[in-house]
Design a protein around this ligand. Structure first.
Ligand code: PSU
Ligand code: MN
Length: 304
């Protein structure tokens, strides 16, 4: 394992001393937001986590090495690079063997976090069952990972580029709890409402930590989706975002965009159509998730 995994000195020390840690993904940097906002956001997220008593561990694959805890320079590099590959579970073997650079998705970040011993991960949104999946079979590997790998994922729900109802069904089948933080409704990333209910509502980070401990103590493998709605003042107008997403999906269909290109294409189209408003909401919800992730990591550390 040592040959493949490189843990930064700071993260290593935190692991040794039993400090709270929060993993962070890198596809959000390379494919989720434009430069320089992506780098600025990634660095602010790390600061929020530190300010709330935990150590951040941004994860990526650089020259074939699984890196846990990127330096500022490495984050800057990923933010600017054009040839970094979006890396999910199936891509890891080749990114490693070819010594390439890979930005990690939710799925691969969970895998690497778990290898390092990190249990809490904060991001923006998870992948899910795409609209029209009954024909395309496009279901994100993130969902399969959530059913297998013991890492809790704090997100702002799932974007309605996905079929949120089918995503929840899939998670139920695979035994992944979907928990709403101070909400009974599954948030839809840019908006607090989706029309779908979460399985459980929790009102404190401590409650989440207790449920995670129980799950893993009992050997119930897999993660948990902690759905943390975007703050009221930053959410987008429901009709505006719905129209933008519908338009983006139509364009993707017309252009025949499929597979791993689908999510990045839809994200950037929505951003373009909303004239950057969606980017501002996106950034604010990531900060909100970083804050909650740090609090959960601190609570989990107290009881483990
Ligand atoms: N959803 C977002 N923003 C993102 C992603 C999803 O709102 O940046 C990224 C994450 O890295 C996620 C990946 O793991 O897209 C899912 O891609 P796919 O649907 O191809 O599995
Ligand atoms: Mn897909």
């Amino acid at each position: 394992m040592k040959k493949y995994l490189n843990i930064s000195p700071e993260v290593n020390e935190a692991l040794k001393k039993g400090k709270a840690l929060v993993a962070l993904e890198s596809t959000i940097i390379s494919h989720g937001m434009p430069y320089p906002k992506n780098v600025e956001t990634a660095l602010n997220v790390e600061k929020i986590i530190r300010d709330n008593g935990a150590i951040p561990a941004t994860i990526a694959i650089l020259k074939g090495v699984l890196k846990v805890g990127l330096t500022k320079e490495e984050i800057e590099y990923l933010g600017k690079a054009k040839n970094v590959l979006k890396t999910s579970r199936r891509d890891i073997p080749f990114i490693v063997s070819k010594k390439s650079d890979g930005a990690t998705t939710v799925a691969s970040t969970m895998i690497i976090a778990s290898l390092a011993g990190i249990k809490v991960f904060a991001t923006g949104g998870i992948g899910g069952v795409h609209r029209g999946a009954s024909k395309s079979f496009d279901i994100s590997a993130d969902l399969e990972e959530l059913s297998n790998t013991d890492v809790a994922v704090v997100c702002a729900g799932a974007k309605s580029i996905l079929d949120i109802g089918l995503t929840l069904e899939y998670l139920e089948t695979h035994g992944v709890p979907v928990v709403g933080y101070k909400t009974e409704e599954m948030p839809a990333f840019y908006t607090r409402k989706s029309g779908y209910k979460v399985d459980y509502t929790v009102d404190s980070p401590e409650e989440i930590a207790l449920a995670l401990k129980a799950k893993w103590d009992l050997g119930l493998k897999g993660g948990m989706v902690i759905a943390n709605p975007i703050e009221e003042q930053y959410q987008m107008d429901y009709d505006t975002i719905t129209a933008a997403i519908d338009k983006a999906i139509k364009e993707a269909d017309e252009k025949g965009i499929k597979g791993k290109d689908s999510t990045p294409f839809l994200l950037s189209k929505v951003k373009e159509i909303t004239g950057g408003d969606s980017l501002e909401s996106n950034i604010m919800l990531v900060y909100n998730n970083a804050l909650l992730g740090a609090k959960i990591a601190v609570e989990l550390q107290k009881i483990s």
